[in-house]
Write a protein that binds this ligand. Structure first.
Ligand code: PMP
Length: 517
């Protein structure tokens, strides 16, 4: 293989990684270890806490998944058999239903629509929710028109329209056709209103044209607001915030009601909010957990308003939190689920969105598709990944909780030893965050400089890689928070390595003789 003299594959990013010493080339991976190629050709083992941004809960190159992948290739399992029967996809959705039913204590089916990445699953969910909303809007408009027809017949039969109705619509009293025309016009105007998407502040749902408008970080979002519908963001864990926005967005259509010999005005709800999206544990937003109280408020307020709740478990799901669905731990059942990352077992690129039967529109399948989605390879690997998670009565979930508790205790002890430097420790299971206080006023110029540039987390990542062979990154939208997402194979020795590395990193923030970047 020849190597180009100039870097053509996202060279800006590579330059930036190089500045922080993060430009390692990994040539092999296994369990929690990535092997970096050294200048002399040797391999340096690196403890990976980034875990494919949450994709390798089952470890890098999980032997059982790799063996299955080999088998699938050997059997010449078709990778491309679009527009045919996909029993493996059906099996996967069926088994995901079983997990969902168990964790939430429900029995309603959820239908599955497949995708290849997290953002794609989110966009499919949003598209589906919007199709459902549009069809409900059409039904509401039809209902208003039917109410006009019924009233017209009643008026022809001698019924009288109450005067208030004419006045409310600003048409001459007694002119029924003017009233009907005005009602139709106002109804059409309201029905044409742009939809509203709700998402949580500091949430992350992807970076595609639609999903980036649901991702709160303005750096990623605002250059592209002209491309898609902007969202309304709901304050995180703030009591009353959801209900307030839903009340503000509420729109009612006016219809006519025949009541004995009288015709009067009535009201009908117009669905305006397409969906409310949230992560039960925010990943890129700094490992922030939605509280059980806030979850209850979301569930009741959305249910009352008829707004579907889309739960993004792309990072928090598949067992990482100590349950398959992190949302089950806070008692928040979604009307939709988006799953990806560890769903593919770290081997396949798989994503699926699940829709509760109550909201499901079969016609969506006729207007949405993706060439690579729902293929036998990724579905079969995902099925096996799910089987590994569910084995021995869910041992993997217990392991995630236990290993996470061990690591969290270490992080807590570092915080209690350095409360002036470490602000907080958050998360559960193998989804933990350690937040540093702002270091812009740190007396060490190199530290303060990185902090002012918002790069302290990356500088620490570079330090930990260089000095302690630990691969870790800050969360994308909260760069003072380091994110810990190791696999289920996390060992005590690795936890000790993390502790030593972090304690040394903290020392670098205090000791000017130590090199950060
Ligand atoms: N949702 C969440 C919660 C995520 O963490 C991510 C990725 N970090 C996404 C969506 C987007 O997934 P992808 O990068 O596969 O598009």
């Amino acid at each position: 293989m020849t190597t180009s003299a100039i870097e053509l594959a996202e060279p800006t990013m590579l330059g930036w990684l190089t500045d922080y010493g993060l430009d390692a080339e990994y040539v092999r991976s296994s369990g929690n270890t990535l092997f970096a190629k050294q200048a002399d050709g040797s391999e340096r083992p690196v403890l990976d806490l980034a875990g494919g941004y949450g994709s390798v809960l089952l470890g890098h190159n999980n032997p059982e998944l790799v063996a299955l992948a080999r088998e699938l290739f050997e059997q010449q399992t078709p990778i491309h058999a679009q527009f045919s029967r996909h029993p493996y996809a059906n099996e996967l959705v069926t088994r995901l239903n079983a997990v969902l039913h168990r964790e939430f204590g429900v029995s309603e089916p959820y239908y599955g629509v497949f995708a290849n990445s997290g953002a794609e699953a989110i966009e499919a969910a949003v598209k589906h929710a919007e199709l459902d909303r549009v069809l409900k809007v059409r039904a509401a408009v039809d209902a208003v028109e039917e109410s006009l027809n019924r009233a017209r017949e009643a008026v022809a039969g001698g019924a009288t329209v109450v005067e208030d109705a004419y006045r409310a619509l600003g048409v001459p009293v007694g002119d029924f056709e003017a009233l009907a025309a005005e009602l139709s016009r106002v109804t059409a105007e309201k029905a044409a209103r742009q939809p509203v998407f709700l998402a949580l502040e500091s949430g992350f749902h992807g970076k595609l044209v639609g999903s980036i408008q649901l991702t709160h970080n303005p750096v990623y979002r605002t250059p592209f607001t002209a491309l898609a519908r902007p969202s309304r963001f709901v304050a995180f864990n703030q009591p009353g915030a959801v209900r307030k926005i839903l009340d503000e967005e509420r729109v009612q259509l006016t219809e006519l009601v025949v009541d004995g010999g009288a015709v009067r005005l009535g009201e009908r709800e117009l669905p305006v909010v397409t969906a409310f999206l949230l992560e039960p544990i925010q990943g890129e937003g700094g490992i922030q957990e939605v509280g059980a109280e806030f979850a209850r408020e979301i569930a009741t307020a959305c249910e009352e308003a008829g707004v579907p709740v889309v739960i993004d478990e792309i990072q928090s799901g598949m067992g990482r939190s100590g349950a398959f669905f992190a949302s089950s731990q806070i008692g928040l059942r979604g009307d939709y689920y988006a799953l990806s990352k560890s769903l593919g077992g770290g081997v396949a690129k798989a994503a699926v969105m699940l829709v509760r039967e109550k909201f499901y529109r079969g016609d969506f399948e006729l207007v949405h598709s993706s060439t690579f989605a729902k293929d036998s390879f990724s579905c079969t690997i995902a099925l096996k990944a799910l089987e590994l998670l569910e084995a021995d009565g869910g041992r993997a979930y217990r392991q995630a909780a236990e290993l996470g508790a061990k690591l969290k205790a270490v992080l807590e002890s570092i915080r209690s030893d350095h409360p002036d430097l470490v602000k907080d420790v958050r998360g559960r299971g193998l989804m933990l965050g350690l937040e540093f206080h702002d270091q812009s006023a740190n007396p060490i110029p190199a530290v303060a400089e990185q902090a002012k540039a918002g790069m302290l987390g990356y500088a620490l990542a570079g330090y930990l890689l260089r000095e302690h062979a630990i691969r870790i990154f800050p969360t994308a939208s909260a760069t003072n928070t380091l994110r810990f997402e190791p696999s289920l194979f996390f060992t005590d020795a690795e936890i000790a390595q993390v502790e030593a590395g972090l304690r040394a990193a903290v020392a670098v923030l205090r000791d000017p003789s130590k090199r950060l970047v």
